[in-house]
Structures are given as C-alpha cells and as structure tokens.
Ligand binder design. Structure first.
Ligand SMILES: [Zn+2]
Length: 474
C-alpha cells in the first residue's frame, strides 16, 4: 500500500496530510501518555485496510471489505490474535461463532439508456439485504422523483418503474426509498449527492424492490438522461444467502492486581477499506493494550480484557453474534466490571462539502479531525462523565458539547444498560464508502483519543467499583 504521506483522496487535498495535521502537545505532567504514538497506531489501520484489499483482489471486486463470515474476517482475526500475542497478552484465543446464512451479492450490473446513449452506473451498490432480480434481469422505464417526499411523488406514476431519488448526509431523512417501494416501484436508486462518485454500502432499506445506492456523478448523469427523453434502466442483481459461515471473537487479557475488570472492545468488520469504521477503533484498542502491557502488573489495579468483536454490518436477523454472546454471559463476565470502553470510529478527517465560493472543489479536507458524539455512563454516573470530559479536553480530542442520552450507534448499545460504558464516535462523508481509506483517519485523532481512553482507565482505577456500578437501566 502506498505511503500515507501523500494523500490520494480526490477532490482537492493539496497538503501532505501526514505532515500537515495538527498535533496536540502533551500536557505537563502527562508525559507517560507520550508512549501512545498516533503514527504508530496508524500503521495498524493500513494493515487492516490491506486485508480488505486482498479480499477485493481475490475475486470480490464490488462487495468487499472485512466482511463478516468471509475469508477476510478469518484473516483479520488471525492478524489481531497475532498482535495480542506479540504484546504479551494472556489467554489469547479466537472464539468461533456460528452465523445464520449471510447475504452475499454475487454480481450486479446497472445501466440507463435513452435513444442511442447508454450510461453504465458503475457506482451502483445494492443496499444490504436487497432482493435480487430475476436471472434474466429487469428492463424498466426510468422516473425521477427528486428527494422522494410526498410532494416529489405527487402526479408521478412510479408503479413498475425504476425510480431515482436523491439524498445526502445532513439532509432531513425523507424515507424516500420506502416510499417508492410502497408506491409500487420495481427498482429503486438512491443517489448520494456528496461530490465524487463514491460507492456507498447502505444498511437494509427493507424494500420488496431491489434497491441500490448510486454515486453523485452517475446519479446526476441518470437524472439528466431522464430529463432529455424516455429512458430505460437495465438491472441484473444476483444475490445469495450463504449458509454455514463462521465469525469470531478475538480475546486477550492483561491480568491486573485484582479480579475486577475493565473491558476494551472494538468491532473488526467493515466495508471496503473500513479504515474509519473500524480499523481506527481496533488500532486504538491495540494501542491501549500496548500501553498498559508496559506498566507493572502491581500498578494495574484491574484486569484488562480486550475483545475484537465480529461486528454488526451484517444487519438483520442473527447479526451481532459476538456481542449477543457476551450479553448472554453478562452475569459471569461483568459482575466486577468498572468500565467498558468501546473503541469505534475514534478518528475521522474533518471535511467540508462545497465550501462557500469554492463549490467546485467538492469535498475539501482539513488538517484536523472531527469532534465526536459521546456517552460516558449516563446521568447516574457523574464521576465517569467528568473523568471522560477532562481526559478528552486534556489530550485535545474535541467532543460534541452535550453527551448522547445513550451510546452513539455501535456496539456499546448492547452493553450500556448493565455495564459502565464509555464510547465516542463519528460518522461522516466517507463513512461506509469506498473512499473511507486510511488517509481519512488522521493519526493525530488516533493519538489524542487513545491517550484520553488510557487516562480514563487510569482515573477509573483510582476509584472503587461502587462508584460506577448501577442496577441495570430499564
Ligand atoms: Zn462501526
């Protein structure tokens, strides 16, 4: 993989990201956290992205990533166990888990034609779980339906047609795809208006009709073709539900002075390079293991347990197999748990879309990382909230002003009701797209956030279990 010092992000990066990123200086008195080095952690992001790319290059050119149940999942589990062993963690093991049949699109092809002009929509990506087409494919009239609100559909007959609707991060959710399905569309295309022509892997839309996302270059070209005259869309989508696949939890333990525990979890799966979601989180987890492994056991009050989760991108029945297994065993696992940190999307490049008077630059990168959504134990654990806010402030990791009522979308959602949990996360322009490369995960964010997590663990370890444990939340 190319060096990260010269970015290959399209749409306007002109600085060398590696050199130009703003680094927060270590506060006086906190020099020990300097052992957590963001550039070092970033090499783990690059290594995980390489696992994804190997899978892509082994015959999976369009639906690729560290996909649950795939050979990339197995390679990634081995890779993480190897890292854990190298650090000197004990009880390193890969715990296999059975999966329900997994949705795996085998091939697809989409094109739109009008007169003698045909455009192949290369960026089209089926929504997760989408139904396929008959093997002969579909050949449908195309219709444009704007943002897909009721007003957009008014006076348009979409029954049996291929419907194009438009959306973008930051716009009000219109429910356009479901609405098109309810109105009898035979296929639905949701165009992402973000600049560029990204492939975006969407979560299930739950439609009867096959549903795809489409990048903006392809989507606007399709719209303009529809405007020019009668257009037809040809679609072929072959999907399979593959049985008998397995995924795994990857465990490593760093014994402490007591049998009280602190858990650090991170999901291993993701789409495409999955650099932000969630190679960055796994890198942060590894960074914490490395940091605490170098501290004498007697000075580590609590046993640290690290778990690489299978993940949750296989949304629907049977997803989140690992976290459900953990929750099912909560009485034994979490009886003496003072803290669980979920490392999920800790570092995301700050980008801007079509800045005023610079619209033609598309998506513009900055030299820093985004503030995050966060949760730190909720209102009943003010000490944990204060520890967390102070740690993020000290190491220069920006947060939303107010915490979420419950953890940001992700794996802590399974645990926060009965475990004192901390999570910070962000989801942005490149999220779930083929542009979510290692360059979109600033090493500075990995460094600041991982240092903050380490500080949170140290501060929590100064206080008794009773400070943090609570009866389960309803
Ligand atoms: Zn995630």
């Amino acid at each position: 993989m190319a060096a990260i010092s010269t970015s290959d992000i399209k749409n306007g990066i002109t600085i060398k990201l590696d050199d130009g990123l703003l680094q927060w200086p270590l506060p006086r008195g906190e020099e020990r956290y300097g052992a957590i080095d963001g550039k070092h952690l970033h090499t783990y992001v690059v290594e995980q992205a390489a696992i994804s790319r190997r899978y892509r290059d082994q015959g999976h050119p369009k639906f690729w990533g560290r996909i649950i149940g795939s050979s990339a999942d197995a390679e990634d589990a081995d890779w993480l166990a190897t890292r854990f062993k190298a650090i000197g963690l004990t009880d390193v093991r890969i715990q296999p888990l059975d999966l329900v049949p997994q949705w795996m699109p085998q091939s697809w092809d989409v094109s739109i034609s009008s007169g003698d002009k045909t455009i192949r929509l290369d960026s089209a990506q089926p929504d997760y779980g989408s139904n396929g087409t008959p093997s002969a494919g579909l050949d449908l009239d195309a219709v444009y339906a704007g943002l897909g609100s009721e007003a957009d559909f008014a006076g348009r007959d979409v029954r049996g047609k291929a419907v194009f609707v438009f959306s973008m991060t930051g716009l009000k959710l219109e429910g356009a795809v479901k609405r098109a399905d309810a109105k009898g569309a035979a296929a639905i295309f949701e165009v992402d208006m973000l600049p560029g022509n990204m492939r975006y892997q969407a979560y299930p839309a739950g439609t009867q009709a096959p549903a795809f996302t489409v990048g903006s270059d392809d989507g606007y070209a399709a719209r303009d073709l529809i405007a020019a005259g009668a257009s037809r869309v040809k679609i072929q989508l072959d999907v399979a539900r593959v049985p008998n696949l397995k995924t795994s939890l990857v465990w490593g333990t760093l014994p402490g002075a007591t049998d009280e525990t602190v858990y650090v979890i991170a999901h291993r799966d993701g789409w495409f390079d999955a650099a932000g979601d969630n190679a960055g989180g796994v890198a942060s987890m590894i960074g914490l293991a490395e940091y605490f492994a170098k501290i004498p056991r007697a000075q580590r009050r609590r046993t640290l347990v690290f778990i690489g989760l299978d993940g949750h991108h296989n949304t629907g029945e049977g997803s989140g197999a690992g976290r459900r297994w953990l929750a099912d065993h909560r009485d034994t696992l979490f009886a003496k748990t003072a803290l669980m940190i979920n490392c999920e999307h800790p570092s995301t490049l700050q980008t801007y879309v079509r800045p005023h008077y610079q619209e033609d630059r598309g998506i513009v990168a900055s030299n820093t990382f985004l503030a995050q959504q966060w949760y730190a134990g909720g209102p009943s654990r003010p000490d944990l909230r204060d520890i967390t806010v102070r740690a993020f402030r000290e190491f220069g990791a920006p947060l939303y002003v107010d915490p979420n009522d419950r953890p940001p979308a992700g794996d802590l959602g399974q645990f926060w009701r009965f475990v004192p949990g901390v999570a910070s996360s962000e989801f942005y322009h490149y999220f779930h797209t083929d542009r979510e490369t290692p360059e979109t995960v600033p090493w500075t964010g990995l460094e600041s956030v991982t240092r903050a997590y380490a500080k949170i663990i140290d501060e929590v370890n100064k206080l008794p279990l009773t400070t943090f444990q609570r009866p389960p939340e309803p």
